[in-house]
Design a protein around this ligand. Sequence first.
Ligand SMILES: Nc1ncnc2c1ncn2[C@@H]1O[C@H](COP(=O)(O)OP(=O)(O)OP(=O)(O)O)[C@@H](O)[C@H]1O
Length: 317
Amino acid sequence: MEMIYQLEHVNKTYKKGKVVANQDISLDIQQGEILGLLGPNGAGKSTLIKQMVGHLAPSSGTVRYRGASVQTQTKRVAQEVAYYSQEPHALTSLKTWEALYFTGRLRGLTKESARKQTEELLERFGMQDLRHKLLKNVSGGQKRLIGIGTCLIGYSPVMILDEPTNELDPKKRRLVWDLIQERNRQGVTVILVTHNVLEAEQVVDKVAVVNHGRLLAIDHVSVLKQRVDQRMKLEITTSLGESEHVSQCLSALGQWTQIGENRIRTLIEKQDASYAIEFLSKHHLPIQEYSLVPPNLEDVYFHIDDEQHKPDQAEVV
Ligand SMILES: Nc1ncnc2c1ncn2[C@@H]1O[C@H](COP(=O)(O)OP(=O)(O)OP(=O)(O)O)[C@@H](O)[C@H]1O
């Protein structure tokens, strides 16, 4: 398999070095992979992919695309890599069909192919009736769909998608994941940033976890899941305003992560499950409900992140 991207010791700072966005990131992406970049807000994900498409230059280190530095071949990268950014795109004064059609033409499609693919995409998005509407006059989700359509049209060999399913309703999210998988089956390499970890789990081959600008882990989903294989997820909904109190009282069971205003979770060893349930029922705490289930990719992500915050046990890739 051909190496599509190779990042070597990439560092990126903003504001003359005052803001460190990426620190010493090295990773490889092979042709045909779907790589999901996961990490909390401000982790450095968008900064990383902007360097992959050549919109930003690394402060130090190298980002190679098919063997050569992105910086030395920005035109080729722009031609081959379809990029969907979080920022509103520049096409908003075009009609929806024009945004797709002209992008297809710019990618070298004949008039006929561009027209055909435009029609197919409008149909998949359920937006045929909106073809003559200006992009700026359609809903946020519809704008995003057309933005994704501009990545899909013309069959670029690589797609880099920054939060492609944001703002979409569940049915449209499913559609976008389907389209990503369809393209991938045709050999397209996909790199995507997402906060929809549970949905991404069904689609991605590999996951890179990033936080505080660093790459904390990169591996196949199944391998990452093995890290928490011997554990169960204990999730508790407390009465409002009680989550801190409850997590303090239950600190003996593990390190708790706040996942909502009144929801906390931790990972416990399978063998400790019955002890944990007993512990909960003995202590009369303001708990509304709890569940004990096998962990999913989201939990792996929290686990890897938690490990980093333990001073003596940092997992380094
Ligand atoms: N243009 C900029 N100037 C200065 N600092 C920036 C700039 N862009 C990003 N940053 C900072 O760099 C860090 C990484 O930001 P980045 O946008 O890459 O994170 P992210 O993981 O994509 O976050 P999110 O999930 O919220 O989109 C953050 O601290 C952010 O505030």
